[in-house]
Design a protein around this ligand. Structure first.
Ligand SMILES: Cc1cc2nc3c(=O)[nH]c(=O)nc-3n(C[C@H](O)[C@H](O)[C@H](O)COP(=O)(O)OP(=O)(O)OC[C@H]3O[C@@H](n4cnc5c(N)ncnc54)[C@H](O)[C@@H]3O)c2cc1C
Length: 657
């Protein structure tokens, strides 16, 4: 019966699902690559994931190492490109040290090492003759990088640096891949030479022997222990690291931006420091892409399960598809287009940098910081919402949702804590408003602020429901909300006795203004993506509906912002709600096909609730019976601990008390 339901839902689709798959994947080639890797992983017994549920942490780590080694063997045997290898790792669906080696260690060498250093280190890293991690965070300092305490003191007599961990708080703590695997680490430490502190710089430090993997003299290294959830991110060996007078050669300082000479003189190179920011844009783009994939995964499970759930019976032939799902579905699509736009932003930014044009850097930095923050926070909340949408069954590991949440949620913290990032956006917004009219006109995603006078005075003209689905109206509403909130903060800060005090007192309001700015960017990027031709029957129309759902669900959930700033009247919010209800009706019978377009295989989803065939109950039932606790009908421990109670044979009894 459940299986028939999903097939019926699919038959109602008003668009070409195959064409939507191409749009979602970002082109035919990406779609085929994804499908090829998904199939390869699903059909290889080495990558099966059923046994993960019952593994201890040590078993899980070993299982992860085995899979990473098998993947590496395949990558070499089949001569995969870097893109193919990345796609393969994604489908293995088990985070590992390799993610950090390829995703952080190698890009850091590319970004911060000189050409000569890259020539030395990259071949070793590419062949995995060395395995590396990125060791920045310390026990006492995470967000505040400038206060890191690890030292690298130049010693002219040995032409090298002595690396030390002066306090317990200076212990490196968290780096992924450090705890059990990495042979090398990029260590961030204070550079001291000729008695002067030159601040935080990066150094390559070998931490384990390449012969027997023992920690080198002076190095203390270990895993930091079990993390949130029982599996999830526990497949990564996040580690701790301490240095006791560890000597490294001078050339191990990453010297693209600055060098220390043989004599100990600190010299800036002629490479502009801004170049280092390029890599950050790329990393944040990948994080936003991941947000869309993870949210899409959770939404697939919740939509399919909602479509087969018949708790209260069929009403008007409709399944119990809950409207709460549709904004999440729309958000997954919004983030996908946002990620695609960030890819081109990265290429454009790098092209400007190569021409020594760094004028866009503050704007690009602020916008990508904010988008990372909003996309990861919303996705983490969205996965949890999907779990709740699945009721009790969502809490079962076999739903696939608890692990997805536990793996995803630290992205709100790493690569910049989300609150800190939004405060950086706020600083940029305040600076932009301050310099308006001084010749420094805002550009890119902040260009609307040059129109602030009109945006704060002209109120919304929506008079009927359908007025809300005009891109111009929506864009203007989001610009007005953002400009008004930002201006309010600027006025509040200007009234404080000092700028810093004002900024600190207004921090709550500033976070709201930054969120509004970022949501404006996401709405406009979604609209922008729909300005082009999109082939496939009904595809563009569905995306248009989703775009309007995304924008209007923000108008209604953030109604407080719009009302408080006076841009909308309560009646206009009501009209937005009513328009949204109409859009929900339009998307309802396309929802199953819209999640099919994400093209997740059952193997990848790993969910009894999200199965393609909808055979949910049988799957839940079978998964429960597979649990090792059900290996025998009478449980282990019965004879020692349960029978004596039932037989009144325990030493003390309640009746004697
Ligand atoms: C799973 C995982 C993997 C990681 N991998 C790595 C890695 O590979 N390498 C590495 O070097 N690090 C890694 N980290 C560390 C990560 O980068 C830090 O945890 C992160 O930078 C936040 O720092 P913190 O933990 O010290 O938090 P804190 O900076 O102490 O923040 C704690 C809280 O205080 C708030 N806060 C802090 N400062 C301010 C302020 N000025 N104003 C307002 N609020 C503030 C924050 O919003 C947060 O809520 C990893 C972390 C995790 C969880």
């Amino acid at each position: 019966m459940e299986m028939k339901t999903l097939a019926q839902e699919r038959s109602k689709a008003e668009f070409d699902v195959e064409a939507m798959k191409v749009v979602w994947a970002g082109g035919e080639a990406s779609l085929r690559l994804n499908q090829r890797m998904a199939e390869l992983v699903a059909n290889d017994p080495e990558f099966q994931k059923d046994s993960r549920v019952m593994q201890t942490r040590s078993e899980l780590l070993k299982d992860t190492f085995r899979k990473a080694a098998h993947a590496w063997e395949l990558i070499n045997k089949l001569h995969f490109t870097e893109e193919e290898a990345r796609c393969l790792r994604k489908h293995i669906d088990q985070p590992s040290y390799a993610d950090l080696h390829w995703g952080v260690f190698i890009p850091a060498i590319k970004g911060q090492a000189t050409d000569a250093q890259q020539k030395k280190w990259l071949p070793l890293a590419y062949s995995q003759a060395i395995i590396g991690c990125y060791a920045q965070t310390e026990l006492g300092h995470g967000s505040n990088v400038q206060r890191l305490e690890t030292t690298a003191t130049f010693e002219p007599s040995t032409d090298g640096f002595i690396v030390n961990t002066p306090t317990i708080a200076a212990t490196k703590w968290w780096p992924g891949g450090l705890g059990k695997v990495s042979t090398h680490a990029i260590v961030h430490a204070r550079l001291l030479t000729n008695g002067k502190d030159y601040g935080i710089h990066a150094f390559i430090v070998q931490i384990r022997s390449l012969e027997d993997h023992q920690p080198l003299p002076g190095i203390t290294v270990a895993d930091i222990g079990t993390k949130f959830g029982s599996r999830a991110y526990n497949s990564v060996d996040n580690g701790l690291l301490r240095f006791n007078n560890v000597h490294i050669p001078r050339e191990n300082m990453l010297m693209r931006l600055a060098t220390v000479t043989k004599e100990g003189k600190y010299v800036h190179s002629n490479v502009p420091t801004q170049l280092a920011y390029g890599a950050m844009v790329n990393v944040r783009k990948s994080i936003v892409m991941d947000a869309s994939y993870s949210l899409a995964r959770a939404v697939t499970i919740a939509v399919r399960y909602s479509a087969v759930r018949r708790q209260f019976g069929v009403q008007d032939g409709q399944p119990e598809m809950q409207s709460r799902l549709f904004p999440l579905l729309a958000t997954a699509y919004a983030y996908r287009f946002l990620g695609q736009w960030m890819s081109s932003l990265y290429s454009d930014t790098m092209a400007c940098f190569e021409n020594n044009d760094f004028s866009t850097l503050p704007e690009v930095h602020a916008c990508t910081a904010g988008l990372k923050s909003i996309a990861t926070s919303t996705t983490a909340d969205g996965i949890e919402e999907c779990r709740k949408l699945c009721g009790g069954h969502g809490y079962l590991t076999s739903s696939g949702l608890p692990d997805l949440f536990a793996v995803y949620v630290p992205s709100c913290t790493y690569e910049g804590d989300n609150v800190i990032l939004l405060l950086q956006v706020a600083r940029y917004l305040m600076k932009t408003l301050k310099f308006l009219g001084s010749g420094k006109e805002p550009s890119g995603t902040a260009a609307y602020l040059s129109n602030v006078t009109e945006l704060v005075s002209k109120n919304c003209e929506v008079a009927k429901e359908s007025d809300w689905i005009s891109p111009k109206t929506l864009r203007y509403a989001f610009e007005a909300r953002s400009a008004r909130l930002a201006l309010k903060c600027a006025t509040q800060i200007a009234a404080a006795s000092t700028q810093d005090e004002g900024f600190s007192e207004a921090s709550c309001e500033l976070l709201g203004a930054s969120r509004a700015h970022c949501e404006l960017i996401i709405v406009t990027r979604f609209m922008g993506a729909l300005e082009r031709e999109i082939p496939g029957r009904g595809v563009k129309n569905q995306l248009q509906i989703l775009c309007n759902i995304y924008a209007l669900s923000l108008v209604t959930t953030r109604a407080g912002d719009f009302l408080m700033t006076g841009y909308l009247s309560p009646e206009q919010v009501e009209l937005a709600k009513s328009q949204l209800r109409d859009l929900f009706k339009k998307v309802r019978h396309n929802a199953v096909s819209l999640v099919d377009a994400f093209d997740y295989t059952d193997f990848y989803l790993g969910s009894s609730l999200g199965r393609y065939d909808g055979n949910v109950y049988e799957s839940l039932y079978n998964e429960a019976l597979k649990d090792p606790t059900n290996a025998s009908a009478v449980t282990e421990g019965y004879t020692e601990f349960i029978r004596p109670i039932l037989k009144q044979q325990l030493g003390t009894s309640m009746s004697r008390l």
